[in-house]
Design a binder for this molecule. Structure first.
Ligand SMILES: Cc1cc2nc3c(=O)[nH]c(=O)nc-3n(C[C@H](O)[C@H](O)[C@H](O)COP(=O)(O)O)c2cc1C
Length: 359
């Protein structure tokens, strides 16, 4: 019987040769101007055997940046630097999607133009800190966005999508998890707006859906994906009625016919059981997966593909290792976000010629 992880998958317009997807992961190796270097092209090309690579979060506008040395798609120069990455990945036989990530209130004036105050749906201060070159700085109270600014941010996502396609990306993914801007609008505790972007679940979904529609208008639904992390408390986010929020949202998303949804499930609720039946596109399941759990999810029909994060940091040839049963290296957390090549492009491939020949 064919290994379920190595059965091809059509996800919208994307033809994936296997179901081992590389998770979006911030690695803080970008230059000060938000562009990436040749080292980043090497890093992603090393991982081109993934069914699909999803990049680290890229800010669609300068106000969306929230971490040191993170890259963007907010300028033509930033996009040009990504063209080198997509060329390298394609030359190595891979496919790569750009993740658009606007952190909203999870930022610090040090990361923003002219030392601006971070923006959010409402002026609700998050617990926690930003890790800056000046050390950890507690988050400050964000400024609530004006309605006209919201339209401008939606347009920024559309423009970033255009730049992504021009840079040669195969798809774009909207990051609507991890307590960042779209999730800040979606979640009841961070959205106290009284206009059409706040209130009931549909109103709180409006920003996310407007952004998704803007991305679809540019890229076509077959090249758009969405990441959700229901109930993940990361970045001090919470919703009072998560089941209602995410089932309502998923029904709306399904009407858009997008290529894939990436869902990381945490908390007491079995989100995959709840959300997958509501979505017609390819369902990518992620978070703490192993070879055995991934195969079990695919065989049980709980997912169409499985997303691996940390395992892909330490194992650039992860699909081949999963196929051959080769041992997996573990990732060094100390170099997740450190500058330079160490812990980035120096993890080696497992040379298993026999397994390769048998594949
Ligand atoms: C170093 C690191 C950086 C991450 N950065 C992002 C990111 O930029 N965007 C995102 O959606 N998720 C990010 N994540 C979460 C991963 O995409 C993934 O959901 C998570 O690591 C769980 O998968 P795993 O257990 O296989 O690592 C990051 C995770 C790690 C370890």
């Amino acid at each position: 019987m064919r290994d379920p992880l190595f059965t091809p998958l059509q996800a919208g317009a994307l033809a994936l040769p296997n179901r081992v997807v590389m998770a979006p992961m911030t690695r803080s190796r970008a230059l000060d101007d938000g562009s990436v270097s040749a080292m980043t092209a090497t890093y992603y090309a090393q991982r081109a055997s993934a069914g699909l690579i999803i990049t680290e979060g890229l800010f669609p506008e300068a106000m969306g940046k929230g971490y040191v040395r993170t890259p963007g798609l907010a300028t033509d120069e930033q996009a040009a630097s990504w063209a080198r990455v997509t060329r390298a990945v394609h030359a190595a036989g891979g496919r790569i999607a750009a993740q658009l990530m606007h952190v909203g209130r999870i930022s610090d004036p040090l990361f923003l133009p002219h030392g601006s105050t971070p923006v959010a749906p409402s002026a609700v201060r998050p617990q926690g800190s930003s890790y800056t070159d000046l050390g950890a700085r507690p988050h400050i109270t964000p400024r609530a966005l004006e309605r006209t600014e919201i339209k401008r941010i939606v347009n920024a996502y559309a423009t970033a999508t255009e730049r992504a396609l021009e840079a040669g990306f195969d798809a774009v993914e909207l990051h609507a998890g991890s307590g960042y801007l779209p999730m800040q609008f979606l979640s009841s505790r961070t959205n106290h707006r009284l206009d059409e972007y706040g209130g009931d679940v549909l109103a709180r979904s409006r920003f996310l859906l407007e952004v998704l529609d803007a991305m679809v208008a540019v890229a076509d639904a077959g090249r758009v994906g969405l990441k959700l992390t229901p109930e993940l408390p990361f970045n001090d986010i919470a919703d009072d009625t998560p089941e209602l929020t995410y089932t309502t949202l998923m029904r709306e998303v399904a009407q858009r016919g997008i290529a894939f949804a990436e869902v990381v499930s945490t908390g007491p609720i079995d989100w995959h059981a709840l959300l997958r039946p509501l979505f017609d596109g390819a369902y990518f399941l992620g978070g703490g997966q192993t070879r055995d759990s991934a195969v079990a999810h695919l065989q049980a029909g709980r997912a169409d593909a499985v997303v691996f994060g940390q395992a892909f940091i330490a194992n650039p040839d992860l699909p081949r290792r999963l196929l051959s049963g080769a041992p997996l290296a573990s990732a060094d957390r100390d170099t997740f976000y450190s500058p330079g090549p160490q812990g980035y492009v120096d993890y080696v491939a497992w040379s298993d010629a026999a397994a390769l020949a048998a594949a």
